[in-house]
Design a protein around this ligand. Sequence first.
Ligand SMILES: Nc1ncnc2c1ncn2[C@@H]1O[C@H](COP(=O)(O)OP(=O)(O)OP(=O)(O)O)[C@@H](O)[C@H]1O
Ligand SMILES: Cc1ncc(C[n+]2csc(CCOP(=O)(O)O)c2C)c(N)n1
Ligand SMILES: [Mg+2]
Ligand SMILES: [Mg+2]
Ligand SMILES: [Mg+2]
Length: 315
Amino acid sequence: MSEPTIGELGEFGLIELITADLPETPAVVIGPGDDAAGVTLESPVLVTTDVLVENVHFRRAWSTGADLGRKAIAVNVADIEAMGGRAVAVTLALSAPPDTTVAWAREFAAGVRAECAAAGVALAGGDITGAGELVVSVTALGVTDGRAPVRRNGCRVGDVVAVRGRLGWAAAGLVVLGRGFRSPRVVVEAQRAPEVPYGAGAEAAEAGATAMIDVSDGLLADLGHLARASGVTIDVTAGAFEIPEPLQAVAAATGTDPLRLVLTGGEDHALAATFPAPDAVPDGWLVVGTVRAGDPAVLVDGEPWPDEDRGWKHF
Ligand SMILES: Nc1ncnc2c1ncn2[C@@H]1O[C@H](COP(=O)(O)OP(=O)(O)OP(=O)(O)O)[C@@H](O)[C@H]1O
Ligand SMILES: Cc1ncc(C[n+]2csc(CCOP(=O)(O)O)c2C)c(N)n1
Ligand SMILES: [Mg+2]
Ligand SMILES: [Mg+2]
Ligand SMILES: [Mg+2]
C-alpha cells in the first residue's frame, strides 16, 4: 500500500498536524488558528523573511523533512540575531506537492518545533498551499530589549572584524553531497541545517558591535554589504582562520582550497560583526580583520579576491 500523502490529509489536516499542542508563550497571545496571530512586542520590532526553495536551497534526496524544518527557522532567526535582536515569534508558509507524504510533513513539523524551541521562538501562524515543488517561507519577529538595532552601516575606521560560528562547513557539505557522498558526516549535517549561535547577536550588540550581518552567501560577499553600507574597506586576515579538520579533508579529497570554503561558503549563518577595539570583542568570537579608510571593498591580506568568487548569487 502506498504511504498516506498530504493530498489525502487535506489542507486543514496539515495545518492541524503542524499546529497541534504548540507550547504556549507569553509573547503570542492569539494563535495559531485565528485568521492572524496576536503577538505582544516592545518597540522597535525587527521583522525579516527568508524563503527556501526545493532544488535551489535543498534537495529532498539530501535533506529530511526535519532538516528543512530546522533550517527554515534557523536562517530567519539568524537575521534577527544579526541586528542584535532576540527572535520572539515566527510565521511559516509551506507550499508542497499533494503527493508529499504525511510522514515527511510530520518530520518537517518536528524539525520546526525543535528549532523553535532551541531559538526560543513561538510559531504564531502561517499558510499552506499546493505547489509543484516544496517552498518554505518564514517570517520572524524580534525585539532588541532596549538596545538600538545593529545595522550594516556602522563600521568605523579602526574597528576590528570578528566572527562567531562556523564558516565553510555547509559549503563543504554541499561539495560532498554534490559528488554523491555522505561523509564527513559533520559537514553534510551542516549543509542540511545550520548551527546558529543563538544569543551571540544580542551579546555582540551589548558589547558595542558597530555593524553586523549573518553569513548566508559567503563571508567575503556578506562583509561586502557592511563595507558598502558603511563606506569603508574591510581587510580580512587569511591566517586568522584555523581550518577545521573536516574542511581540510573535503578540500584534499576534492581538490578545492579549504580557505576558499571558509571565505566564500554560505549557509552556516555565522555572525560577522565589527567592534571598536579588540578588547570589546566578546568571548567566543574570532578576530579576523580590520576596518580601514578607503573605497568600499573587502580585501584578503590587503589584496583583492576575485569578484565572481565571493559567495552565492541567485542570479
Ligand atoms: N523582495 C524584497 N522586497 C523588499 N525588500 C527586500 C526584498 N528582498 C530583500 N529585501 C531586503 O534587502 C535586504 C537584503 O536582503 P537579503 O535577502 O539579501 O538579506 P538576508 O536575508 O540577510 O540574506 P539571505 O537572503 O542571503 O539569507 C534586506 O533588508 C531585505 O529585507
Ligand atoms: C540543491 C542546492 N543547491 C545549491 C545550494 C547552495 N546554496 C543555495 S542558496 C545559497 C545561499 C543562501 O541562500 P539565500 O541567499 O537565499 O539565503 C547557497 C550557498 C544548496 N544549498 N542546495
Ligand atoms: Mg533574505
Ligand atoms: Mg542576513
Ligand atoms: Mg542570499
